[in-house]
Write a new protein. Structure first.
Length: 75
C-alpha cells in the first residue's frame, strides 16, 4: 500500500461520469485530505471520476481514491 502525506497540497481533477467526458473541473486544495473529501463528495453526488495529483508527484486514480476515502472520515 502506498503511503501518502494527507497534509500535502494536492490538485483534484473531476471528469464527468456520464459520456461525453470532454470537460474536466480542476481545483487545488491545501491538503490531500481536503481533496479526498471533495473527491468522495463528487463521486457520490455527480458520479464523477476523480484524479488527484499530490505535491510530491503521486497520481491517485479513481479506484485508489474510492478505496481510501475512509482516510478522511464520513462524507
Amino acid at each position: 500500500m502506498m503511503r501518502v502525506d494527507l497534509d500535502q497540497p494536492a490538485d483534484l481533477t473531476l471528469w464527468p461520469g456520464d459520456p461525453p467526458s470532454r470537460m474536466a473541473d480542476s481545483r487545488s486544495f491545501p491538503t490531500l485530505r481536503a481533496a479526498l473529501a471533495a473527491a468522495a463528495e463528487a463521486i457520490d453526488e455527480r458520479n464523477a471520476k476523480p484524479w488527484i495529483i499530490t505535491q510530491s508527484g503521486d497520481i491517485l486514480a479513481p479506484n485508489w481514491i474510492r478505496a481510501h476515502t475512509a482516510m478522511v472520515g464520513p462524507h
